[in-house]
Write a protein that binds this ligand. Structure first.
Ligand SMILES: Cc1cc2nc3c(=O)[nH]c(=O)nc-3n(C[C@H](O)[C@H](O)[C@H](O)COP(=O)(O)OP(=O)(O)OC[C@H]3O[C@@H](n4cnc5c(N)ncnc54)[C@H](O)[C@@H]3O)c2cc1C
Length: 375
């Protein structure tokens, strides 16, 4: 791609920041816009081994690991808080597969350190005036109009660019809600702890020696019906026998498990990356990994193929199968976790977990064997 090409990147989240840095490095003229006034930190984030592979490729692994917790094992507890297994990741995945969890701000600052990027805060697109085989013409919310060779929509699952270009794609709620919070880490929790709820689950992940990230995921029929005020009531309903690692009255961030009804990769001169193109349930903790993989591969395609439509076609070819597999498995996992089980079903599940761990583990193993997805 000749360096005089102009690329507009909408959204300075994981996907947008990574892509902007990688394209700027190639000498491309990048404009990065972000609708918020500043970055929103948003709790912790778990990064399985394909996410840490991306951080290795970006030369960010050391800086991120310095401020993260490396998980070598997961303790899995039943609904009654009895230990089912203490599952060793090094034995199961091999010593090179690095799983970490960190504060979102740590990841974001690391990505921002890739290049000296100028971020245009408080800016978004109010209208796509034209999107054709040669360029894309947009109107910003400050009234200015500009033409670009490419628009990268990295504006998350609620992407307004996608809603303008593909209004037929809906955001479907999967019937599961969550609360996330970061609390001081009690001394007795020194590894990842997964507890089944009735139904749903609680994942407690240390982020450092000092802090613990807790994610409660539970069924809730109506999206938006609960607020942070109902936090403690929900926890007691679905996790009655869990000794919570924090005092009453703590603040938690509510959220919802959602998926796009289908994926979109590109339309003429607009390419969709990260959640904007393929958002889904977070069961396999693949949001950051897929966003960074998208960015790395898109930058490679644009670097190696000067004809933009061909580069976007090759990008789609390299991403489609892997992304669709992750979406399908993640959404299925979330739907399964929404099902209440009989005592007999719980016993069978626990027996299976003792030998092979959670369903996630086998799915991760498949995902890490990257050749399986033409990636
Ligand atoms: C409860 C929950 C837990 C999760 N846990 C994990 C986890 O442990 N591990 C993991 O990998 N993933 C997790 N995810 C998913 C992960 O957060 C997302 O997949 C990831 O953030 C997607 O990155 P992105 O850059 O595509 O989008 P986003 O992070 O959503 O970034 C989009 C950016 O675009 C900006 N923006 C939006 N609209 C506009 C606009 N019109 N104009 C300009 N800017 C705009 C936004 O402000 C934002 O900065 C979780 C998600 C949820 C809801």
């Amino acid at each position: 791609m000749p360096s005089k090409k102009r690329v507009l990147i909408v959204g300075a989240g994981i996907a947008g920041t990574t892509t902007a840095a990688l394209l700027a490095r190639e000498g491309i003229e990048v404009t990065l816009i972000e609708k918020s006034k500043s970055f929103i930190s948003g709790m912790g984030i778990c990064l399985p081994a394909n996410a840490t592979e991306c951080l290795k490729k970006l030369n960010l692994i050391d800086i991120v690991c310095k401020n993260s917790f490396i998980s070598n094992s997961w303790k899995i507890l039943s609904e009654s808080s009895k230990e089912i297994t203490d599952f060793n990741f090094n034995t199961y995945f091999g010593p090179n597969k690095l799983f970490i969890a960190t504060h979102r701000t740590v990841l974001h600052h690391a990505l921002l350190s890739l290049e000296n990027l100028e971020i245009n805060f408080n800016l978004s697109i109010s209208e796509i005036l034209d999107n054709n085989a040669n360029n894309v013409n947009v109107k910003f919310n400050n009234g200015t109009i500009e033409k670009f060779d490419l628009l990268v929509a990295a504006d998350g699952i609620y992407s307004s660019i996608r809603q303008m270009i593909c209004p037929e794609i809906s955001i479907d709620y999967l019937g599961m809600a969550c609360y996330r919070l970061v609390v001081p880490k009690p001394k007795n929790i020194d590894q990842v702890t997964f507890i089944f709820g009735s139904p749903g689950f609680l994942l407690m992940h240390p982020l450092s020696q000092e802090s613990l990230y807790c994610g409660f995921v539970f069924p809730e029929k109506n999206k938006g019906r609960f607020t942070e005020k109902s936090f403690e009531k929900h926890i007691k309903t679905f996790f009655p026998s869990v000794r919570l690692p924090f005092q009453e009255g703590v603040q938690a961030l509510p959220g919802w498990m959602e998926t796009l009804s289908s994926t979109v990769f590109f339309k003429d001169r607009i390419v969709f990356i990260g959640d904007a193109g393929h958002g889904c349930a977070t069961s396999l903790q693949q949001g950051a990994a897929l966003a960074m993989e998208d960015s790395i591969i898109l930058a490679e395609c644009l670097k190696n193929i000067s004809h933009i439509p061909e580069a976007l076609y090759q990008f789609t070819k390299r991403r489609e199968q892997r992304v669709n597999w992750v979406r399908q498995e993640s959404n299925d996992c979330m739907r399964n976790l929404n099902q209440p089980l009989t005592e007999e079903q719980k016993t069978l599940r626990n027996e299976k977990i003792k030998t092979s761990g959670l369903n996630n583990f086998a799915l991760w193993k498949k995902l890490f064997a990257s050749s399986a997805f033409n990636y």
